[in-house]
Write a protein that binds this ligand. Structure first.
Ligand SMILES: C[S@@+](CC[C@H](N)C(=O)[O-])C[C@H]1O[C@@H](n2cnc3c(N)ncnc32)[C@H](O)[C@@H]1O
Length: 472
């Protein structure tokens, strides 16, 4: 499999990426894009396929929806292919083979997770199973959030909401998403149904007409508390209170309904201002005994179960004595920062979104973690001073898909920091950044690369990497 929705075929040495292909397929395919070094093709007919690698994708929309790309592979084979991809990505680095560990799948239990208090885990399972939330260790229903763009169908006036088709601006109207959950499906459906009654029309960037841009629903796995946020062009909707009352009456699990105002012209989903129309503008998610406050627009890992395992991996890769000072760059609402605050002397988080900083500060206070402090700003602008003045023993990096900027990496190279834990959701930028930190006589050395499957049925791969300064 390629690191997207395609399988890799070869004609002599020429590479052809076959959309939605699977290893072992023999297909008749039509070339859709031809470039000097490669081509893309779509399947016209599957002549034969490997029963080991190709299954019927359970989702009816799978062939058109761009949300999942690998549903036609059994889960174990998805993991196998992710392992192969990680080997390919990291082959550019001068590594000892054993450094890249096999991916931790959804059903894998890792050592420190097994040691966790049974009662806490059992309690979480019981709360969760009494609500409409995802079962644990499920390769389906794992997402704790959906963010659907919307369109109004001109001929009928009906609202469409869902993911885009693969590499397209065409929207798939999703009524049932197997990696989300039933409550998300039904809340979105209620918004669709109520739209004509309240004159809710999708915003059209070209004509600058309409109101609604995205429907976002997020849920805490630990409690079932669910928050609906409509991203809109302004906060004015006539009879908004009636609209929201109808929504909440139909879905009592909704703890709040917010309007987030985004007047921007880019594809950034959220704007800077959120109005809580009813209830609360946040939920709490319990991860490993900490109740994290997560506001409507704050980043949170989309797979709460695997997020717990990610923390276990961080634990394993950075064994801590308790005396350390830790800098968590790109800290979000403090998932890693506050988990580590329980174990060390001091933690400092840097995060550019103010709301996430406020969430993290609230969580620190609420959980009596007085050794945590958070700095609002871009890592690029803040890290040099913190490295210089605070001299952290360990730096956690968990950047968005684009990876770290060169300034951030150069600051780390110039610092006295001896240990880095790099959490990445994109192996391509991860490897690029690791090369900067470790190669051309640069001082860091990779100790271990542990991939973890946060996103079953998609090609995405999360990894946690530990690096140490070579003292030779
Ligand atoms: C992948 S998330 C990780 C968040 C957190 N570590 C977690 O696991 O929940 C990346 C975070 O970095 C923030 N961010 C993105 N670019 C940034 C930058 N240049 N400086 C500071 N924060 C940034 C985003 O808002 C987001 O909260």
């Amino acid at each position: 499999m390629a690191y997207d929705n395609a399988a890799v075929a070869r004609y002599k040495d020429f590479v052809i990426f076959v959309d939605r292909g699977a290893p072992g397929d023999v297909v008749k395919a039509q070339i859709t894009t031809l470039r000097p070094n490669y081509a893309r093709a779509k399947i016209v007919e599957i002549k034969t396929s490997s029963s080991e690698y190709r299954i019927d994708a359970p989702c009816k929309l799978y062939k058109v929806c761009g949300g999942c790309q690998w549903q036609h592979l059994p889960y174990e084979k998805q993991l196998e292919q992710k392992n192969l991809l990680m080997k390919q990505f990291t082959s550019r680095l001068q590594l000892k083979n054993w450094v890249v560990k096999p991916i931790v799948g959804v059903k894998d239990v890792i050592a420190s997770e097994a040691k966790q208090s049974r009662s806490h885990r059992q309690e979480q399972i019981e709360i969760a199973s009494s609500q409409q939330v995802a079962p644990r260790n499920d390769i389906w229903n794992y997402r704790n959030k959906v963010q659907y763009p919307v369109r109004t169908v001109e001929s009928t006036g009906r609202l469409k909401a869902g993911y885009y088709e693969w590499h397209s601006n065409d929207l798939v109207n999703i009524k049932y998403c197997p990696i989300g959950n039933e409550l998300f499906d039904s809340v979105v459906e209620t918004v669709r149904e109520l739209a004509p009654k309240y004159n809710i029309v999708a915003y059209d960037g070209k004509t600058k007409k309409g109101w609604l841009r995205h429907i976002c629903v997020r849920q805490a796995l630990s409690t079932g508390a669910t928050l609906l946020t409509l991203v809109v062009i302004n906060e004015k909707l006539s009879r908004s209170q009636d609209f929201v009352n109808e929504l909440i009456n139909k879905h009592p699990a909704l703890v709040g309904v917010c309007f987030n105002v985004n007047t921007g012209t880019t594809n950034v989903i959220y704007g800077p201002k959120t109005h809580v129309i009813q209830g609360k503008g946040y939920i709490f998610e319990n991860i490993k005994g900490i109740n994290y406050k997560i506001s409507a627009t704050s980043f949170f890992q989309v797979n709460s179960i695997q997020a717990e395992k990610m923390l276990d991996i961080v634990d394993q890769l950075a064994p801590l004595s308790g005396d350390e000072k830790i800098l968590d760059a790109y800290s979000g609402v403090g998932l890693i920062t506050l988990y580590l605050a329980k174990k060390v002397k001091k933690v400092i988080g840097i995060e550019e979104i103010k709301q996430s900083i406020e969430d993290a500060e609230f969580t620190a206070k609420n959980n009596n973690l007085s050794n945590a402090c958070f700095i609002n700003g871009k890592v690029e602008n803040k890290i040099e001073d913190i490295l210089e003045n605070e001299k952290p023993d360990v730096v956690i990096l968990d950047p968005p898909r684009g990876g770290c900027s060169k300034t951030v990496l150069q600051n780390l190279l110039d610092s006295k920091c001896n240990k880095i834990i790099y959490v990445s959701c994109n192996p391509a930028t991860l490897v690029r950044d690791l090369e900067i930190l470790c190669e051309n006589m640069n001082p860091f050395e990779i100790q271990s690369i542990q991939p973890i499957d946060m996103f079953p049925h998609t090609y995405h791969i999360e990894s946690v990497v530990s690096l140490e300064r070579n003292k030779k």
